[in-house]
Write a protein that binds this ligand. Structure first.
Ligand code: PLP
Ligand code: COI
Length: 341
């Protein structure tokens, strides 16, 4: 299979239309078989539940070319499970786990020419999503839904690649207590647009959101969970019911313990203790692990000892081990890597 002629090394995190996407429709209480199509357009009612009341959920995952030329994806079973919990919270039908994994693999395989080559620095981003598609004007769930998967080749999520970021503590909240912060729903991202623009206007890369109830604890950013490293080398990651259960973070916790022999604490992280950490990073499918060099809390600046030039040593080891597992140069734990073709 011949790869597309793209400048893989220059890709940013943007959308490039590829050849195929997967579409399945839900009607009269059942999903159809689903199929791959070349048509990238979605045509729905002007009154569709997704357009009026934001009844939409999504997932984010990646496909990689391994050193020996296989195309693989990472823990799609966990994305399938998370999408099921998102669907239940928004009263949407469940897209079954096995069908989800199959749809993802079919879409990646059909677009194999777009999976960036090993070592190019780029990957194939995979976006499964589902939305209420029939007309709904009273506030209630749709009866008809569409599940789709598209893919797009991407480079680093943050412009500077792995240059440390400066983040600011937001005065806005991302999620309410007992709200929807722990699911991957479009509504959580719509509300983050204004804080995101405000933070960029001030010259920062991202927002750090705090817990909405007490505003004393670290939650996450608009698109990634936090990791911290203590001065004595422990990995600390915030525990909260209103953050997205990141698959990257859960994988890194395992990697830290089982591969790097690090002690890990999943616990509440207070804003007051930010000055005590040695390293900080953002983790997620898109972000992979992006190091944070500085955290700004109103007029107070917290400079991480790892500095503004490179990743801290523990963050780097985590990054190299995780990406090694994903790209097939380091042996993966059982069941983490799904071979697509
Ligand atoms: N938190 C938020 C709000 C996200 O959008 C994402 C991205 O999916 C993550 C965390 C990271 O999750 P994952 O590692 O499963 O991609
Ligand atoms: C991902 O990491 O997959 C996400 O969905 C984050 C998004 C903000 C791009």
């Amino acid at each position: 299979m011949e790869k597309k002629d793209l400048e893989w090394g220059k890709l940013g995190f943007g959308y490039i239309e590829t050849d195929y996407r997967f579409v399945s429709n839900y009607k009269d209480g059942a999903w159809d078989e689903g199929t791959l199509t070349k048509d990238s357009q979605v045509v729905i009612s002007e009154c569709a539940a997704v357009l009026q009341y934001a009844q939409t959920i999504f997932e984010g995952m990646k496909a990689y070319t391994t050193k020996d030329g296989r195309i693989v994806t990472f823990r799609p079973d966990l994305n399938a499970e998370r999408m099921i919990s998102s669907a239940k919270r928004l009263e949407m039908p469940v897209y079954p786990k096995e069908k989800f994994i199959d749809a993802v693999c079919q879409t990646i395989k059909a677009n194999a020419a777009y999976v960036p080559p090993y070592g190019s620095g780029a990957t194939l981003y995979v976006r499964p999503y589902m939305f209420g598609s029939n007309a709904v004007i009273g506030v209630k769930p749709a009866d008809e839904y569409q599940f789709r998967v598209f893919v797009t080749p991407v480079g680093p999520y943050f412009k500077g690649g792995i240059k440390p970021l400066t983040i600011c503590v937001s005065d806005f909240d991302r999620a309410a207590p007992h709200g929807t912060g722990n699911i991957k729903a479009g509504l959580n991202y719509a509300m983050s647009m204004h804080p995101y623009i405000e933070c960029h206007k001030k010259g920062y890369d991202e927002n750090m959101y705090l817990d909405p109830a007490t505003r004393t604890k670290v939650e996450e950013t608009g698109g990634a969970n936090f990791l911290f490293v203590t001065k004595d080398g422990k990995l600390v990651t915030p525990k909260s019911d209103s953050i997205l259960p990141s698959i990257t973070r859960r994988s890194l916790v395992y990697v830290a313990q089982a591969y790097l022999g690090l002690e890990v604490e999943e616990r509440e992280v207070f804003v007051d203790e930010l000055g005590e950490f040695a390293e900080c990073g953002l983790c997620g499918t898109a972000a992979v692990i992006s190091p944070v060099g500085k955290i700004v809390l109103h007029d107070k600046e917290i400079a991480l000892p790892s500095g503004m030039n490179e990743m801290g040593p523990t963050t780097k080891k985590l990054y190299e081990t995780l990406t090694g597992i994903q790209m097939g140069t380091i042996k993966a734990p059982e069941g983490w890597i799904y071979e697509v073709c």
